[in-house]
Design a protein around this ligand. Structure first.
Ligand SMILES: [Cu+2]
Length: 114
């Protein structure tokens, strides 16, 4: 189980990296554009597989997130606030907002989807 999570998380990093590089390359020579432009936050849907209040992570079996080119997978996410870990419990179906940055991706919002 642990091996699976590591493998999936690694795949996510590999897939997220090109999108991040592309966003960085749009910055120069574009006056009037935001110089601190980063990949936009993305919406996803998934099922809670684990919650670790010690590490501040929530593991989601998430569906594909087309906006950032992620396939469906199970992976742990850091949460922007510990309060987000109290919103859902293991087994819940949730929708979430994430700030994409490969393995450093952060969940900024999560809510039950029923
Ligand atoms: Cu993922």
């Amino acid at each position: 189980m642990k091996k699976h999570l590591i493998t999936f998380a690694w795949a996510c990093t590999m897939l997220a990296a090109p999108a991040f590089v592309a966003a960085q390359q749009m910055d120069p020579n574009m006056p009037g554009m935001q110089h601190d432009a980063k990949p936009a936050d993305a919406q996803g849907m998934g099922v809670v597989k684990a919650i670790d209040t010690g590490k501040g992570t929530i593991t989601l079996q998430h569906e594909a997130i087309a906006a950032i080119g992620w396939p469906a997978m199970t992976m742990p996410f850091k949460v922007a606030s510990p309060d987000l870990l109290k919103v859902a419990k293991v087994g819940d179906k949730v929708t979430f907002t994430l700030h994409p940055a490969g393995m450093a991706s952060t969940l900024t919002a999560i809510r039950p989807a029923r």
